[in-house]
Design a protein. Structure first.
Length: 203
Protein backbone atom coordinates (compact mmCIF):
# COMPACT_ATOMS: atom_id res chain seq x y z
CA UNK A 1 0.00 0.00 0.00
CA UNK A 2 2.92 2.32 0.67
CA UNK A 3 4.22 1.72 -2.85
CA UNK A 4 0.80 2.51 -4.39
CA UNK A 5 0.62 5.80 -2.50
CA UNK A 6 4.21 6.71 -3.41
CA UNK A 7 3.49 6.01 -7.09
CA UNK A 8 0.56 8.45 -7.02
CA UNK A 9 2.70 11.12 -5.36
CA UNK A 10 5.46 10.63 -7.91
CA UNK A 11 2.95 11.16 -10.71
CA UNK A 12 1.61 14.40 -9.23
CA UNK A 13 3.33 17.33 -10.93
CA UNK A 14 3.13 19.59 -7.87
CA UNK A 15 5.06 17.10 -5.69
CA UNK A 16 8.77 17.97 -5.63
CA UNK A 17 9.94 15.40 -3.09
CA UNK A 18 8.50 12.61 -0.95
CA UNK A 19 9.28 11.85 2.70
CA UNK A 20 7.98 8.67 4.34
CA UNK A 21 7.71 8.25 8.12
CA UNK A 22 8.05 4.55 8.86
CA UNK A 23 8.58 2.33 11.93
CA UNK A 24 12.13 2.57 13.32
CA UNK A 25 14.43 -0.03 11.79
CA UNK A 26 12.66 -0.15 8.42
CA UNK A 27 14.27 2.83 6.72
CA UNK A 28 16.45 0.58 4.54
CA UNK A 29 13.34 -1.02 3.02
CA UNK A 30 12.06 2.21 1.50
CA UNK A 31 15.12 4.29 0.69
CA UNK A 32 15.52 5.57 -2.86
CA UNK A 33 17.15 8.37 -4.82
CA UNK A 34 13.91 10.37 -4.93
CA UNK A 35 12.56 9.28 -1.57
CA UNK A 36 13.40 10.50 1.92
CA UNK A 37 12.66 8.19 4.84
CA UNK A 38 12.54 9.11 8.54
CA UNK A 39 11.67 7.26 11.71
CA UNK A 40 8.05 7.58 12.76
CA UNK A 41 7.09 8.60 16.27
CA UNK A 42 4.86 7.22 19.03
CA UNK A 43 1.95 9.32 17.76
CA UNK A 44 0.73 10.47 14.36
CA UNK A 45 1.70 14.05 15.18
CA UNK A 46 5.24 13.01 16.10
CA UNK A 47 5.62 11.11 12.84
CA UNK A 48 4.47 14.17 10.92
CA UNK A 49 6.85 16.39 12.90
CA UNK A 50 9.77 14.10 12.11
CA UNK A 51 8.96 14.13 8.40
CA UNK A 52 8.32 17.88 8.39
CA UNK A 53 11.94 18.51 9.38
CA UNK A 54 12.94 17.39 5.89
CA UNK A 55 10.49 19.75 4.17
CA UNK A 56 11.72 23.05 2.73
CA UNK A 57 8.73 24.06 0.61
CA UNK A 58 5.89 26.49 1.30
CA UNK A 59 3.21 23.79 1.08
CA UNK A 60 3.22 20.19 2.27
CA UNK A 61 0.81 17.37 1.46
CA UNK A 62 0.26 14.68 4.08
CA UNK A 63 -1.14 11.32 3.07
CA UNK A 64 -1.90 8.02 4.84
CA UNK A 65 -0.62 4.85 3.21
CA UNK A 66 -3.90 3.37 4.45
CA UNK A 67 -5.54 5.15 1.48
CA UNK A 68 -3.64 3.47 -1.39
CA UNK A 69 -6.13 4.43 -4.11
CA UNK A 70 -5.26 8.12 -4.00
CA UNK A 71 -4.79 9.54 -7.47
CA UNK A 72 -2.37 12.19 -8.77
CA UNK A 73 -5.43 14.24 -9.77
CA UNK A 74 -6.80 14.26 -6.21
CA UNK A 75 -3.45 15.40 -4.86
CA UNK A 76 -3.28 18.17 -7.47
CA UNK A 77 -6.87 19.23 -6.79
CA UNK A 78 -6.36 19.57 -3.03
CA UNK A 79 -3.16 21.55 -3.60
CA UNK A 80 -5.01 23.83 -6.03
CA UNK A 81 -7.86 24.35 -3.54
CA UNK A 82 -5.43 25.63 -0.92
CA UNK A 83 -3.36 27.67 -3.38
CA UNK A 84 -6.49 29.48 -4.58
CA UNK A 85 -7.19 30.92 -1.09
CA UNK A 86 -4.24 32.86 0.40
CA UNK A 87 -6.09 33.18 3.72
CA UNK A 88 -6.49 29.42 4.19
CA UNK A 89 -3.97 27.42 6.20
CA UNK A 90 -4.99 24.04 4.83
CA UNK A 91 -7.20 22.03 2.50
CA UNK A 92 -8.30 18.43 2.93
CA UNK A 93 -9.91 15.71 0.89
CA UNK A 94 -13.24 14.74 2.43
CA UNK A 95 -16.57 13.17 1.58
CA UNK A 96 -20.09 13.95 2.84
CA UNK A 97 -21.26 11.58 5.59
CA UNK A 98 -23.83 9.19 4.11
CA UNK A 99 -24.75 7.21 7.23
CA UNK A 100 -27.09 8.38 9.97
CA UNK A 101 -24.78 9.41 12.82
CA UNK A 102 -25.70 8.81 16.47
CA UNK A 103 -24.09 10.55 19.43
CA UNK A 104 -23.91 8.14 22.36
CA UNK A 105 -23.20 8.14 26.08
CA UNK A 106 -21.18 5.63 28.07
CA UNK A 107 -22.27 1.97 27.89
CA UNK A 108 -25.35 1.17 29.98
CA UNK A 109 -25.43 -1.41 32.76
CA UNK A 110 -27.69 -4.42 32.40
CA UNK A 111 -30.67 -4.57 34.84
CA UNK A 112 -30.14 -6.57 38.02
CA UNK A 113 -30.55 -10.24 37.33
CA UNK A 114 -30.06 -9.85 33.59
CA UNK A 115 -27.18 -11.35 31.71
CA UNK A 116 -24.64 -8.55 31.39
CA UNK A 117 -22.40 -8.26 28.37
CA UNK A 118 -18.71 -7.48 29.00
CA UNK A 119 -19.09 -3.85 27.96
CA UNK A 120 -22.83 -3.22 28.09
CA UNK A 121 -24.60 -1.27 25.37
CA UNK A 122 -24.09 2.36 24.38
CA UNK A 123 -27.08 4.66 24.85
CA UNK A 124 -28.12 6.99 22.02
CA UNK A 125 -28.20 10.60 23.18
CA UNK A 126 -29.04 12.26 19.88
CA UNK A 127 -28.99 11.95 16.11
CA UNK A 128 -26.72 14.43 14.38
CA UNK A 129 -27.74 16.16 11.19
CA UNK A 130 -25.74 14.92 8.21
CA UNK A 131 -26.25 18.19 6.34
CA UNK A 132 -22.97 19.72 7.56
CA UNK A 133 -20.98 16.57 8.34
CA UNK A 134 -18.03 15.50 6.20
CA UNK A 135 -15.66 12.57 6.75
CA UNK A 136 -12.06 13.79 6.64
CA UNK A 137 -9.58 11.87 4.50
CA UNK A 138 -6.13 12.38 3.07
CA UNK A 139 -4.35 13.91 1.26
CA UNK A 140 -4.34 16.99 3.47
CA UNK A 141 -2.33 19.99 2.26
CA UNK A 142 -1.06 22.75 4.54
CA UNK A 143 1.06 25.84 4.57
CA UNK A 144 4.22 24.57 6.24
CA UNK A 145 4.56 27.56 8.56
CA UNK A 146 1.01 27.12 9.88
CA UNK A 147 1.47 23.39 10.39
CA UNK A 148 4.75 23.81 12.24
CA UNK A 149 3.14 26.35 14.55
CA UNK A 150 0.16 24.04 15.17
CA UNK A 151 2.48 21.13 15.99
CA UNK A 152 4.21 23.30 18.58
CA UNK A 153 0.96 23.86 20.47
CA UNK A 154 -0.70 22.11 23.42
CA UNK A 155 1.06 18.69 23.83
CA UNK A 156 -2.08 16.99 25.16
CA UNK A 157 -4.19 18.13 22.23
CA UNK A 158 -1.45 17.15 19.78
CA UNK A 159 -1.12 13.67 21.29
CA UNK A 160 -4.79 12.81 20.63
CA UNK A 161 -5.15 14.49 17.24
CA UNK A 162 -6.38 12.07 14.59
CA UNK A 163 -5.44 14.34 11.71
CA UNK A 164 -3.44 17.51 11.15
CA UNK A 165 -6.51 19.56 10.23
CA UNK A 166 -7.66 19.24 13.87
CA UNK A 167 -4.51 21.00 15.01
CA UNK A 168 -4.84 23.77 12.44
CA UNK A 169 -8.50 24.27 13.44
CA UNK A 170 -7.59 24.41 17.14
CA UNK A 171 -4.99 27.08 16.35
CA UNK A 172 -7.66 29.16 14.60
CA UNK A 173 -6.56 28.35 11.07
CA UNK A 174 -8.93 28.16 8.11
CA UNK A 175 -9.24 24.70 6.56
CA UNK A 176 -10.95 24.13 3.20
CA UNK A 177 -12.60 20.95 1.91
CA UNK A 178 -12.14 19.41 -1.51
CA UNK A 179 -14.71 16.66 -2.29
CA UNK A 180 -13.06 13.27 -2.59
CA UNK A 181 -14.12 10.44 -4.95
CA UNK A 182 -15.70 7.33 -3.39
CA UNK A 183 -12.74 5.11 -4.29
CA UNK A 184 -10.37 7.01 -1.98
CA UNK A 185 -11.19 4.44 0.67
CA UNK A 186 -9.28 3.62 3.85
CA UNK A 187 -7.95 0.08 4.18
CA UNK A 188 -8.48 -1.17 7.72
CA UNK A 189 -9.84 -4.71 7.19
CA UNK A 190 -9.20 -7.65 4.84
CA UNK A 191 -12.43 -6.79 3.02
CA UNK A 192 -11.15 -3.23 2.43
CA UNK A 193 -7.90 -4.64 1.04
CA UNK A 194 -9.72 -6.96 -1.35
CA UNK A 195 -11.84 -4.05 -2.57
CA UNK A 196 -8.77 -1.86 -3.03
CA UNK A 197 -7.01 -4.58 -5.05
CA UNK A 198 -10.10 -5.01 -7.24
CA UNK A 199 -10.38 -1.27 -7.90
CA UNK A 200 -6.68 -1.03 -8.76
CA UNK A 201 -7.00 -3.91 -11.22
CA UNK A 202 -10.01 -2.16 -12.75
CA UNK A 203 -7.81 0.86 -13.48
Amino acid sequence: MVEWSIAACRAATSVRSIVVACPPGHIHELGGHDLGVVDGGATRAQSVSNALEAVGTELVAIHDAARPLVTPKLIEDVVATLAADPEAAGAIAATPVADTVKQVSKPSRAPLGAAESPKGAHIVESTLSRERLWAAQTPQVFRVKALREALAGDPERIAVATDEAMLIEAAGGKVLIHPSPPENLKVTTRVDLKLAEFLLLDR
